[in-house]
Ligand binder design. Structure first.
Ligand code: MG
Length: 444
Protein backbone atom coordinates (compact mmCIF):
# COMPACT_ATOMS: atom_id res chain seq x y z
CA UNK A 1 0.00 0.00 0.00
CA UNK A 2 1.85 3.00 -1.18
CA UNK A 3 -0.64 5.83 -0.80
CA UNK A 4 -2.25 6.21 2.59
CA UNK A 5 -5.10 8.65 3.05
CA UNK A 6 -5.88 8.85 6.74
CA UNK A 7 -7.56 11.06 9.27
CA UNK A 8 -4.71 13.52 9.54
CA UNK A 9 -3.50 13.60 5.94
CA UNK A 10 -1.83 11.73 3.15
CA UNK A 11 1.43 9.81 2.88
CA UNK A 12 3.00 8.13 -0.12
CA UNK A 13 6.15 7.28 -2.02
CA UNK A 14 7.73 10.33 -3.62
CA UNK A 15 7.40 10.34 -7.42
CA UNK A 16 5.28 7.20 -7.39
CA UNK A 17 2.11 7.76 -5.45
CA UNK A 18 2.89 11.07 -3.77
CA UNK A 19 3.23 13.77 -6.40
CA UNK A 20 3.01 17.57 -6.65
CA UNK A 21 -0.31 17.23 -8.55
CA UNK A 22 -1.79 15.33 -5.63
CA UNK A 23 -0.48 17.89 -3.12
CA UNK A 24 -1.86 20.75 -5.22
CA UNK A 25 -5.31 19.12 -5.25
CA UNK A 26 -5.40 18.37 -1.53
CA UNK A 27 -4.11 21.84 -0.62
CA UNK A 28 -6.65 23.51 -2.94
CA UNK A 29 -9.40 21.36 -1.42
CA UNK A 30 -8.32 22.17 2.14
CA UNK A 31 -8.10 25.88 1.33
CA UNK A 32 -11.64 25.58 -0.06
CA UNK A 33 -12.91 24.01 3.15
CA UNK A 34 -11.14 26.72 5.20
CA UNK A 35 -12.74 29.34 2.90
CA UNK A 36 -9.46 31.15 2.44
CA UNK A 37 -7.90 33.28 5.18
CA UNK A 38 -4.51 33.17 6.86
CA UNK A 39 -2.82 29.75 6.96
CA UNK A 40 0.59 28.34 7.86
CA UNK A 41 2.72 26.15 5.63
CA UNK A 42 5.76 24.22 6.85
CA UNK A 43 7.81 21.22 5.87
CA UNK A 44 10.25 18.78 7.41
CA UNK A 45 13.74 18.51 5.95
CA UNK A 46 13.18 15.87 3.26
CA UNK A 47 14.80 16.86 -0.04
CA UNK A 48 11.45 16.70 -1.85
CA UNK A 49 9.86 19.01 0.73
CA UNK A 50 10.33 22.32 -1.03
CA UNK A 51 8.77 21.03 -4.26
CA UNK A 52 5.71 19.82 -2.38
CA UNK A 53 5.52 22.98 -0.27
CA UNK A 54 5.40 25.08 -3.45
CA UNK A 55 2.58 22.91 -4.78
CA UNK A 56 0.72 23.24 -1.48
CA UNK A 57 1.24 27.02 -1.46
CA UNK A 58 -0.25 27.25 -4.97
CA UNK A 59 -3.27 25.17 -3.99
CA UNK A 60 -3.92 27.17 -0.82
CA UNK A 61 -3.50 30.51 -2.61
CA UNK A 62 -5.84 29.40 -5.41
CA UNK A 63 -8.56 29.00 -2.78
CA UNK A 64 -7.88 32.49 -1.46
CA UNK A 65 -5.64 31.62 1.49
CA UNK A 66 -2.88 33.97 2.61
CA UNK A 67 0.07 31.68 3.16
CA UNK A 68 2.70 32.16 5.83
CA UNK A 69 5.59 29.84 4.92
CA UNK A 70 7.79 28.72 7.83
CA UNK A 71 10.15 26.81 5.53
CA UNK A 72 11.71 23.82 7.30
CA UNK A 73 10.06 23.75 10.71
CA UNK A 74 9.07 21.29 13.40
CA UNK A 75 5.45 20.11 13.46
CA UNK A 76 5.04 21.60 16.98
CA UNK A 77 6.42 24.90 15.67
CA UNK A 78 3.77 24.95 12.93
CA UNK A 79 1.07 24.29 15.52
CA UNK A 80 2.49 27.01 17.77
CA UNK A 81 2.57 29.51 14.87
CA UNK A 82 -1.02 28.76 13.86
CA UNK A 83 -2.30 29.34 17.36
CA UNK A 84 -0.12 32.35 18.13
CA UNK A 85 -1.03 33.91 14.78
CA UNK A 86 -4.78 33.18 15.12
CA UNK A 87 -4.74 31.43 11.74
CA UNK A 88 -7.43 29.24 10.22
CA UNK A 89 -5.17 26.22 9.92
CA UNK A 90 -2.23 24.97 7.97
CA UNK A 91 -0.48 22.26 6.07
CA UNK A 92 2.79 20.59 6.92
CA UNK A 93 4.71 18.55 4.39
CA UNK A 94 6.10 15.63 6.38
CA UNK A 95 6.11 11.86 6.52
CA UNK A 96 7.10 12.03 10.22
CA UNK A 97 9.24 8.98 11.03
CA UNK A 98 8.62 7.12 7.73
CA UNK A 99 11.79 6.24 5.78
CA UNK A 100 13.36 8.65 3.28
CA UNK A 101 11.48 7.55 0.10
CA UNK A 102 8.24 8.75 1.68
CA UNK A 103 6.70 12.15 2.05
CA UNK A 104 3.29 13.31 3.11
CA UNK A 105 0.94 16.12 3.89
CA UNK A 106 -0.75 16.78 7.20
CA UNK A 107 -3.69 19.10 7.66
CA UNK A 108 -3.73 21.26 10.76
CA UNK A 109 -6.80 23.00 12.16
CA UNK A 110 -6.98 26.38 13.90
CA UNK A 111 -5.53 24.77 17.05
CA UNK A 112 -2.66 23.18 15.13
CA UNK A 113 -4.26 19.75 15.49
CA UNK A 114 -5.37 17.25 12.91
CA UNK A 115 -8.90 18.34 11.93
CA UNK A 116 -11.99 16.34 12.85
CA UNK A 117 -12.96 13.47 10.51
CA UNK A 118 -15.93 15.38 9.01
CA UNK A 119 -13.59 18.15 7.85
CA UNK A 120 -11.24 15.62 6.28
CA UNK A 121 -14.19 14.01 4.53
CA UNK A 122 -15.25 17.39 3.13
CA UNK A 123 -11.72 17.85 1.77
CA UNK A 124 -12.00 14.53 -0.07
CA UNK A 125 -15.42 15.43 -1.47
CA UNK A 126 -14.19 18.81 -2.74
CA UNK A 127 -11.25 17.08 -4.41
CA UNK A 128 -13.20 14.20 -5.92
CA UNK A 129 -16.03 16.40 -7.21
CA UNK A 130 -13.80 19.32 -8.25
CA UNK A 131 -15.79 21.72 -6.11
CA UNK A 132 -12.83 24.00 -5.59
CA UNK A 133 -13.11 27.60 -4.49
CA UNK A 134 -11.32 29.82 -7.03
CA UNK A 135 -10.18 33.19 -5.76
CA UNK A 136 -10.07 35.73 -8.55
CA UNK A 137 -8.41 38.61 -6.76
CA UNK A 138 -6.92 39.61 -3.45
CA UNK A 139 -3.90 37.33 -3.75
CA UNK A 140 -1.34 38.01 -1.06
CA UNK A 141 2.35 37.28 -1.61
CA UNK A 142 3.75 34.19 0.11
CA UNK A 143 4.96 35.52 3.45
CA UNK A 144 8.20 33.94 4.67
CA UNK A 145 8.34 33.49 8.42
CA UNK A 146 11.71 31.99 9.26
CA UNK A 147 11.69 32.89 12.98
CA UNK A 148 8.76 30.74 14.08
CA UNK A 149 11.07 28.04 15.48
CA UNK A 150 12.88 30.61 17.61
CA UNK A 151 9.58 32.06 18.90
CA UNK A 152 8.36 28.58 19.76
CA UNK A 153 11.63 27.88 21.62
CA UNK A 154 11.33 31.17 23.55
CA UNK A 155 7.81 30.19 24.65
CA UNK A 156 9.01 26.79 25.91
CA UNK A 157 11.93 28.45 27.71
CA UNK A 158 9.57 31.00 29.30
CA UNK A 159 7.42 28.16 30.66
CA UNK A 160 10.29 26.77 32.78
CA UNK A 161 9.28 26.57 36.45
CA UNK A 162 12.48 25.49 38.23
CA UNK A 163 15.84 27.00 39.07
CA UNK A 164 18.05 26.06 36.11
CA UNK A 165 21.42 26.61 37.81
CA UNK A 166 22.03 22.83 38.14
CA UNK A 167 21.93 22.53 34.34
CA UNK A 168 24.61 25.14 33.78
CA UNK A 169 27.31 23.65 31.59
CA UNK A 170 25.98 20.09 31.71
CA UNK A 171 26.62 18.27 28.50
CA UNK A 172 23.75 16.87 26.46
CA UNK A 173 23.90 15.08 23.13
CA UNK A 174 21.16 15.93 20.65
CA UNK A 175 20.40 13.70 17.63
CA UNK A 176 18.12 15.57 15.22
CA UNK A 177 18.33 12.78 12.57
CA UNK A 178 18.93 15.50 9.92
CA UNK A 179 15.36 16.61 10.47
CA UNK A 180 13.53 19.84 11.19
CA UNK A 181 14.56 19.83 14.86
CA UNK A 182 18.15 20.59 13.85
CA UNK A 183 17.51 24.32 13.42
CA UNK A 184 15.95 25.67 16.62
CA UNK A 185 16.69 22.93 19.15
CA UNK A 186 20.42 23.48 19.92
CA UNK A 187 19.96 27.15 20.81
CA UNK A 188 16.91 26.20 22.87
CA UNK A 189 19.01 23.74 24.90
CA UNK A 190 21.72 26.38 25.32
CA UNK A 191 19.07 28.78 26.62
CA UNK A 192 18.51 26.26 29.42
CA UNK A 193 22.24 26.38 30.23
CA UNK A 194 23.26 23.10 28.58
CA UNK A 195 26.47 22.45 26.68
CA UNK A 196 25.20 20.86 23.46
CA UNK A 197 26.88 18.20 21.33
CA UNK A 198 24.75 18.05 18.20
CA UNK A 199 24.87 15.02 15.90
CA UNK A 200 23.01 14.55 12.61
CA UNK A 201 22.42 18.27 12.86
CA UNK A 202 22.19 19.37 9.22
CA UNK A 203 18.48 19.60 8.29
CA UNK A 204 19.03 18.12 4.83
CA UNK A 205 16.63 15.19 5.06
CA UNK A 206 19.41 12.70 4.35
CA UNK A 207 18.73 10.67 7.47
CA UNK A 208 21.91 9.37 9.11
CA UNK A 209 19.94 6.42 10.46
CA UNK A 210 16.42 5.04 10.15
CA UNK A 211 14.39 7.94 11.49
CA UNK A 212 12.05 6.36 14.01
CA UNK A 213 13.49 7.14 17.47
CA UNK A 214 13.62 3.55 18.75
CA UNK A 215 16.48 1.57 20.30
CA UNK A 216 17.81 -0.12 17.17
CA UNK A 217 18.18 3.25 15.38
CA UNK A 218 19.97 5.11 18.18
CA UNK A 219 23.24 3.22 18.62
CA UNK A 220 25.23 6.22 17.40
CA UNK A 221 23.57 8.47 19.98
CA UNK A 222 24.30 5.95 22.74
CA UNK A 223 27.98 5.88 21.75
CA UNK A 224 28.18 9.68 21.57
CA UNK A 225 26.68 10.06 25.05
CA UNK A 226 29.39 7.77 26.44
CA UNK A 227 32.16 9.42 24.45
CA UNK A 228 31.08 12.94 25.42
CA UNK A 229 30.42 11.95 29.05
CA UNK A 230 27.02 13.58 28.65
CA UNK A 231 24.19 13.46 31.20
CA UNK A 232 21.53 12.62 28.65
CA UNK A 233 20.99 11.78 24.97
CA UNK A 234 17.99 13.33 23.20
CA UNK A 235 16.64 11.84 19.96
CA UNK A 236 14.08 13.63 17.81
CA UNK A 237 12.15 12.23 14.87
CA UNK A 238 12.27 14.14 11.54
CA UNK A 239 9.39 16.50 12.36
CA UNK A 240 10.48 16.76 16.00
CA UNK A 241 7.20 15.98 17.70
CA UNK A 242 8.60 12.84 19.34
CA UNK A 243 11.54 12.51 21.74
CA UNK A 244 13.40 9.42 22.93
CA UNK A 245 15.97 9.42 25.75
CA UNK A 246 19.37 7.84 26.39
CA UNK A 247 20.67 7.78 29.96
CA UNK A 248 24.07 9.02 31.18
CA UNK A 249 25.56 5.55 30.71
CA UNK A 250 24.60 5.55 27.05
CA UNK A 251 21.64 3.20 27.39
CA UNK A 252 18.38 3.70 25.51
CA UNK A 253 15.74 4.00 28.23
CA UNK A 254 12.64 3.21 26.17
CA UNK A 255 10.26 5.62 24.51
CA UNK A 256 7.55 5.11 27.14
CA UNK A 257 9.76 6.91 29.66
CA UNK A 258 9.59 10.29 27.91
CA UNK A 259 5.97 10.87 28.88
CA UNK A 260 6.43 9.21 32.29
CA UNK A 261 9.31 11.55 33.20
CA UNK A 262 7.50 14.54 31.68
CA UNK A 263 4.39 13.78 33.74
CA UNK A 264 6.51 13.32 36.86
CA UNK A 265 8.13 16.70 36.23
CA UNK A 266 4.80 18.53 35.94
CA UNK A 267 2.90 16.66 38.68
CA UNK A 268 5.71 17.29 41.16
CA UNK A 269 5.03 21.02 40.81
CA UNK A 270 1.36 21.39 39.92
CA UNK A 271 -1.93 19.68 40.66
CA UNK A 272 -4.04 18.47 37.75
CA UNK A 273 -4.94 15.50 35.61
CA UNK A 274 -3.05 13.55 32.94
CA UNK A 275 -4.31 12.40 29.52
CA UNK A 276 -2.76 9.46 27.69
CA UNK A 277 -3.86 7.06 25.00
CA UNK A 278 -4.94 3.52 25.82
CA UNK A 279 -1.67 1.99 24.56
CA UNK A 280 0.51 4.05 26.91
CA UNK A 281 2.37 2.45 29.82
CA UNK A 282 0.88 2.02 33.27
CA UNK A 283 3.80 4.09 34.56
CA UNK A 284 1.64 7.20 34.11
CA UNK A 285 -1.04 5.68 36.36
CA UNK A 286 1.57 4.86 39.02
CA UNK A 287 2.92 8.42 38.88
CA UNK A 288 -0.55 9.93 38.95
CA UNK A 289 -1.37 7.83 41.99
CA UNK A 290 1.79 9.01 43.71
CA UNK A 291 0.70 12.63 43.23
CA UNK A 292 -3.05 12.10 43.71
CA UNK A 293 -3.82 12.92 40.08
CA UNK A 294 -6.38 11.40 37.71
CA UNK A 295 -5.54 9.80 34.36
CA UNK A 296 -7.91 10.12 31.40
CA UNK A 297 -7.35 7.45 28.74
CA UNK A 298 -8.20 8.13 25.10
CA UNK A 299 -8.23 6.32 21.75
CA UNK A 300 -4.85 6.23 20.01
CA UNK A 301 -4.12 9.47 18.12
CA UNK A 302 -2.78 12.84 19.12
CA UNK A 303 -6.02 14.74 18.56
CA UNK A 304 -7.90 12.43 20.96
CA UNK A 305 -5.34 13.14 23.65
CA UNK A 306 -5.43 16.87 22.90
CA UNK A 307 -9.21 16.97 23.19
CA UNK A 308 -9.11 15.10 26.51
CA UNK A 309 -6.54 17.58 27.80
CA UNK A 310 -8.88 20.43 26.95
CA UNK A 311 -12.02 18.73 28.25
CA UNK A 312 -10.51 17.77 31.59
CA UNK A 313 -8.14 20.72 31.93
CA UNK A 314 -5.17 18.34 32.21
CA UNK A 315 -1.74 19.70 33.10
CA UNK A 316 0.10 17.20 30.87
CA UNK A 317 -0.65 14.54 28.30
CA UNK A 318 0.73 12.54 25.48
CA UNK A 319 1.46 9.18 23.96
CA UNK A 320 3.85 6.42 24.89
CA UNK A 321 5.79 6.76 21.64
CA UNK A 322 7.74 9.71 23.06
CA UNK A 323 5.03 12.29 22.36
CA UNK A 324 4.57 14.80 25.17
CA UNK A 325 1.95 17.57 25.08
CA UNK A 326 2.39 20.57 27.38
CA UNK A 327 -0.91 22.42 26.93
CA UNK A 328 0.66 25.70 28.05
CA UNK A 329 2.66 25.69 24.79
CA UNK A 330 0.37 24.04 22.25
CA UNK A 331 -2.01 21.08 21.95
CA UNK A 332 0.40 18.91 19.95
CA UNK A 333 3.29 16.62 20.81
CA UNK A 334 6.44 18.69 21.15
CA UNK A 335 10.01 17.44 21.57
CA UNK A 336 11.13 20.83 22.97
CA UNK A 337 8.50 20.71 25.72
CA UNK A 338 9.47 17.10 26.43
CA UNK A 339 13.18 18.02 26.74
CA UNK A 340 12.38 20.96 28.95
CA UNK A 341 10.26 18.89 31.34
CA UNK A 342 12.80 16.06 31.64
CA UNK A 343 15.69 18.48 32.20
CA UNK A 344 13.65 20.40 34.80
CA UNK A 345 13.01 17.13 36.65
CA UNK A 346 16.76 16.42 36.63
CA UNK A 347 17.52 19.95 37.84
CA UNK A 348 14.92 19.94 40.62
CA UNK A 349 15.72 16.45 41.95
CA UNK A 350 19.47 16.43 41.34
CA UNK A 351 19.04 12.90 39.98
CA UNK A 352 20.48 11.35 36.85
CA UNK A 353 18.31 9.81 34.14
CA UNK A 354 19.18 6.28 35.29
CA UNK A 355 18.33 7.15 38.90
CA UNK A 356 14.97 8.59 37.87
CA UNK A 357 14.22 5.57 35.67
CA UNK A 358 15.15 3.23 38.54
CA UNK A 359 12.55 4.90 40.74
CA UNK A 360 9.76 4.04 38.32
CA UNK A 361 8.12 0.60 38.37
CA UNK A 362 9.68 -1.64 35.75
CA UNK A 363 7.36 -3.02 33.09
CA UNK A 364 7.85 -4.83 29.82
CA UNK A 365 5.61 -3.98 26.88
CA UNK A 366 5.05 -6.41 24.03
CA UNK A 367 3.33 -5.64 20.73
CA UNK A 368 2.02 -8.27 18.35
CA UNK A 369 -0.31 -8.24 15.39
CA UNK A 370 -2.53 -10.94 13.98
CA UNK A 371 -4.35 -11.14 10.69
CA UNK A 372 -8.10 -11.00 10.85
CA UNK A 373 -10.49 -10.50 7.92
CA UNK A 374 -12.12 -7.08 8.28
CA UNK A 375 -15.71 -8.34 8.78
CA UNK A 376 -14.58 -10.56 11.66
CA UNK A 377 -12.72 -7.90 13.61
CA UNK A 378 -15.68 -6.44 15.52
CA UNK A 379 -16.80 -9.94 16.44
CA UNK A 380 -13.33 -10.83 17.77
CA UNK A 381 -13.20 -7.67 19.89
CA UNK A 382 -16.71 -8.32 21.25
CA UNK A 383 -15.82 -11.92 22.13
CA UNK A 384 -12.73 -10.68 23.96
CA UNK A 385 -14.67 -8.07 25.91
CA UNK A 386 -17.28 -10.69 26.87
CA UNK A 387 -14.61 -13.13 28.06
CA UNK A 388 -13.10 -10.49 30.35
CA UNK A 389 -16.41 -8.92 31.39
CA UNK A 390 -15.45 -9.12 35.08
CA UNK A 391 -12.31 -7.00 34.60
CA UNK A 392 -11.86 -3.27 34.14
CA UNK A 393 -12.59 -2.64 30.44
CA UNK A 394 -12.30 0.43 28.26
CA UNK A 395 -13.95 0.16 24.84
CA UNK A 396 -13.18 3.60 23.46
CA UNK A 397 -10.75 2.17 20.88
CA UNK A 398 -11.03 -1.60 20.39
CA UNK A 399 -10.81 -2.88 23.96
CA UNK A 400 -8.32 -2.37 26.77
CA UNK A 401 -8.43 -4.85 29.61
CA UNK A 402 -6.74 -3.92 32.89
CA UNK A 403 -5.80 -6.93 34.98
CA UNK A 404 -4.14 -6.89 38.41
CA UNK A 405 -0.76 -7.95 36.96
CA UNK A 406 -0.84 -6.08 33.65
CA UNK A 407 -3.04 -4.95 30.78
CA UNK A 408 -3.71 -5.60 27.13
CA UNK A 409 -5.03 -3.21 24.51
CA UNK A 410 -6.51 -4.86 21.42
CA UNK A 411 -7.29 -2.56 18.53
CA UNK A 412 -8.06 -3.07 14.86
CA UNK A 413 -5.82 -1.35 12.32
CA UNK A 414 -7.56 1.37 10.29
CA UNK A 415 -5.68 0.49 7.14
CA UNK A 416 -4.98 -3.27 7.12
CA UNK A 417 -6.94 -6.46 7.99
CA UNK A 418 -5.00 -6.92 11.21
CA UNK A 419 -5.62 -6.60 14.92
CA UNK A 420 -2.87 -5.23 17.18
CA UNK A 421 -2.26 -6.55 20.66
CA UNK A 422 -0.27 -4.39 23.06
CA UNK A 423 0.36 -5.86 26.50
CA UNK A 424 2.35 -4.69 29.48
CA UNK A 425 3.32 -6.58 32.62
CA UNK A 426 6.16 -6.92 35.12
CA UNK A 427 8.15 -9.19 32.80
CA UNK A 428 8.06 -10.46 29.23
CA UNK A 429 6.66 -13.88 30.18
CA UNK A 430 3.71 -12.36 31.98
CA UNK A 431 3.01 -10.00 29.06
CA UNK A 432 3.19 -12.95 26.61
CA UNK A 433 0.75 -14.90 28.76
CA UNK A 434 -1.71 -11.99 28.77
CA UNK A 435 -1.54 -11.77 24.98
CA UNK A 436 -2.02 -15.55 24.63
CA UNK A 437 -5.10 -15.44 26.88
CA UNK A 438 -6.57 -12.49 25.02
CA UNK A 439 -5.82 -13.99 21.62
CA UNK A 440 -7.56 -17.22 22.47
CA UNK A 441 -10.57 -15.36 23.92
CA UNK A 442 -10.79 -13.35 20.68
CA UNK A 443 -10.64 -16.56 18.63
CA UNK A 444 -7.60 -15.41 16.66
MG1 MG B 1 6.69 12.78 14.08
Amino acid sequence: MALMIGVSGVRGLVGKTFTPELVLQFAHAYGTVLEGGPVTLARDSRPSGEMFALAAAAGLAAAGCHVSDLGIAMTPTAAFAIRAGAQRGGIIITASHNPAPWNGLKFLDEQGLGPDPETVKRVSVVREQHRYRHAESGFAPLRRDVDAGARHAVAVRAAVEVELAPLKGVRVVLDSVNGAGGIATPSFLRSLGCDVVHINAEPNGVFAHAPEPIAENLTQLCEEVRAAKAVIGLAQDPDADRLALVDERGRFVGEEYTLALGAWSVLSRRKGAVAANLSTSRMVDDLAQRFGARVFRTPVGESHVARAIRRHDCVIGGEGNGGVIDPRISPVRDSLSAMSLVLQLMASTGKSVSELVAELPRYVMIKQKFECPAPRIAQAVDALAAAFAGERLDRADGVRIDLPDGWVHVRPSNTEPIVRFIAEARDADAAERIIARARSAAGL
